[in-house]
Design a protein around this ligand. Structure first.
Ligand SMILES: [Zn+2]
Length: 156
């Protein structure tokens, strides 16, 4: 057999088997799959280790993604509360003009709300007028006015 000099002396078992049997990579992958099917707890442990290792990186990426989405939405919606003009974007909230925001938010079952924000951004770009920006004060006032707050029954 012709050996390429740059490959060096050492060859992994995988490389040797692959050379002998062209179907070896496929067989190897199948064996791996079957092995983890038989031992799901090992797969889980590896996944967990991976998640722990890259946790901070993932968190950072998600945070950045959310920040960008919010920034784009806020820019399109004018960066200020539509009622009182308050413009500190750190606490402005995306509000459903016709209510039902919490219900819709729950449909997007994800911790970082990125899917939800993507949906909102699409709607805002379409110009449906479904969303607006409110500061927390005005948001509460709106909820009380529309009887959307959950304490309303007690208060009435
Ligand atoms: Zn306001």
């Amino acid at each position: 057999m012709n050996k390429e000099p740059e490959q060096g002396v050492y060859k992994s078992t995988y490389a040797i088997r692959k050379e002998r049997d062209p179907n070896y990579p496929e067989k190897y992958r199948k064996w791996n799959r079957d092995y983890y099917k038989r031992h799901p707890e090992i797969r889980q442990r590896i996944n967990l280790r991976y998640r722990m290792k890259y946790r901070e990186k993932i968190v950072e990426q998600k945070r950045e993604e959310r920040r960008k989405l919010k920034e784009e939405i806020f820019n399109l919606l004018g960066n200020k509360c539509v009622r009182c003009g308050f413009n500190d974007t750190r606490i402005l909230q995306i509000d459903h003009v016709n209510g039902g925001g919490t219900k819709e938010f729950r449909k997007f079952n994800n911790r970082w709300a990125c899917d939800y924000l993507k949906h909102v951004l699409e709607e805002v770009k379409k110009g449906t007028g479904k969303y607006q920006l409110l500061c927390p004060n005005c948001n509460w006032i709106k909820r009380i006015e529309n009887k959307e707050d959950r304490f309303h029954v007690k208060r009435a």
